[in-house]
Design a protein around this ligand. Structure first.
Ligand code: COA
Length: 170
């Protein structure tokens, strides 16, 4: 499937209650558990966009700005920012919420997925995407630079050919 879609079609929200099994020895949410949930939200978002199976190809830098306590609620929100040929970038943001309803942004990250053909399980063309809001357009533009950087880091692009990344410095 390769028809063009809107960013909002891929919006995915997941809310979790932090249970004892999700925490580290300090009683805070374990980073690896959060990364698993981030991966799932992004995968769902990518699947909604592509209507095909997808695999995680890369995860950009993730930092943990706030500890999240046992008993907190967290909400993860993901959406596709841009598609390339068979790959697509998904942005996820994580917010924690205490019992008074106060929300705090904890972290965000960009995940890259690859759309797979259901039969061959090989990369298949991803549908195009139309950004609508100012923020969606900014993320859409920035996706080219982030792609250059992650392909260089993965050894899949010669830094000399990273034209979009070079524009930041020129
Ligand atoms: C991701 C995967 C399908 C790519 O397969 P491949 O044979 O290298 O296919 P291609 O070279 O055609 O690459 C396909 C796309 O993936 C992108 N890609 C591959 N590795 C990437 C990386 N590290 N970072 C960003 N994009 C990457 C390519 O740029 C290409 O994108 P494009 O078609 O939009 O230009 C393959 O490496 C794979 O199956 N990896 C394991 C996935 C997995 O198991 N994930 C869960 C990990 S626990």
């Amino acid at each position: 499937m390769s028809s063009t879609k809107k960013v909002k079609d891929s919006h995915t929200i997941m809310t979790q209650l932090i249970m004892p099994n999700d925490t580290n020895h300090l009683g805070n949410l374990m980073g690896g558990v959060m990364m698993r949930w981030m991966d799932i939200v992004c995968a769902l978002s990518a699947m909604r966009h592509c209507n095909t199976p997808v695999v995680t190809a890369a995860v950009d830098h993730i930092s943990f700005q706030q500890p999240i306590d046992l008993g907190s609620m967290i909400t993860l929100e993901g959406f596709v920012t841009r598609t390339f040929r068979t790959s697509l970038e998904v942005f996820v943001e994580v917010y924690s919420e205490d019992l008074k309803g106060t929300k705090t942004k904890c972290n965000d990250a960009f995940f890259t997925f690859v759309s797979l053909d259901e039969d061959t399980k090989r990369p298949s063309k991803a549908p195009g995407i139309i950004p609508e809001s100012k923020r969606e357009k900014e993320l859409f533009e920035g996706a080219l630079r982030r792609r250059d950087l992650r392909l260089i880091m993965a050894g899949r692009m010669d830094p000399k050919s990273a034209d979009h990344l070079k524009k930041i410095f020129s």
